[in-house]
Design a protein around this ligand. Sequence first.
Ligand code: GDP
Length: 468
Amino acid sequence: MNKNHPLPLVAIVGQPNAGKSTLLNKISGKQTAITSELAGTTRDRQYVDTSWNGVDFTLVDTAGLAEDENPELELSLLKQIDVAATEADVIMFVADGKEPVGAVNRQVLKKFRDQKKPILLVVNKLDSARKHDEKTGEFSRLGINPVFAISSISGLGIGDMLDFVAESAEKACPKENSKTDLEDSSPQPIAVSIVGKPNVGKSSIFNKILKEDRVVVSPIPGTTRTAIDSAIKIDGTDYTFIDTAGLKKKEHRQARPDVFAGFQTFKAIRRSDVCFFVIDANEEITKQDQRVASEIFAMDKGCIILVNKMDAYTKDNRGKKGGQWDGRGKSDDQYQTLRDYISHHFSFLWMCPAFFVSAQTGEGLEEALSSIKPIFDARQKTIPEETLKAFLAKKMKTNSPKLLRDQKPPKVFALRQLETNPPLFELLVNHPAAISMQFRKFLENAIIKDLEFWGTPITLKLKGKDKS
Ligand code: GDP
């Protein structure tokens, strides 16, 4: 699973409080062995890559992907359906089983019935089997089929529901067979996306990169109807720049409602090896910026922070745009102040380089471009077993895991690298619960620093040796 082949997308839509995030969390807790710690982020997971009956797919909370500064404001159901119908392969409508059936309004139902994509109705919050039959009957009359009665909390009914989801996802996107194997053997271009909230200068950067003196080989049609990727060769290396939501054509972009932007960003990040994450040097960092950053991190992508519009940046900008810049004191090096401000807000991206750039003058863009390849290479490398052994022994000497209350004494046996791009490590221990989060974080960070995985998040999984 993973590697940049996009998985079928299953969109979860539903009213606020129908239990969409509980459902996602339930599924991710059960199915996903690897979960990233999102330090510094407050939101629930918006998606989960999972596998059921041998079918890999991604479940996405469509409402949660809205480009909205206020995460409490969920996208209206009708908009969610529009997005899901355009962008997803399967639609899952989650209704609150504790509410009367009539609460699902007619307009919404009409949209659903006009829909050509596979749909299922999931009636949530039914914690007893008796309620299941009763409610399934009531909800079936709405005309959306099939209906699954589930409890996101207890997990009741989720298996049957996932059977249907997996089957529909597979039908919607049949697996490519031998073709992918062939493709994988030849060197693939490095996939790069330029992401960030609206107006930070993504399309200006994209156009500047394309206009410079490099050969644009050919436009290649992307996987979504709106994306046209660009193949670029820089110093003998092939890159594919993923065009997010029509970066090249502004008119096109504006014709699309904003609700698509979040989904486009998500899809672009998913297909990338490395992301250019753009922020505006002259604006305060907002939740929306942090949200894009945390998506990059959660998907374990390489990341380069581009602090754009440096041509317009002056010390005077500090203090002007809201209180954040005030009281930080005068610094001889204004870039350092800016650097501190950025690292404070994106602390979980501490391993990623930041470049001060200007799409207008081109300042800094060359350096940023030349940092892609080393990050990509780091993501591809495999650390020899012996090196890992020596590394672990050294780290255990200086910082061994502490004994946790009510747990057995922690024991650490070995460290292995399981995968590349993204790098995945496994730590063999006596009991995962006996290993503190602090130790795990410490070791993750040490892997990045000592074994040189700069620019990319890595994942460290714990594996217990003892059975009891
Ligand atoms: P996008 O929504 O992130 O793709 O942002 P655009 O590329 O459309 O840029 C938004 C606005 O910022 C436009 O008015 C651009 O001219 C302006 N802009 C973009 N990059 C720069 C820059 O480096 N310097 C300055 N001064 N303005 C910029």
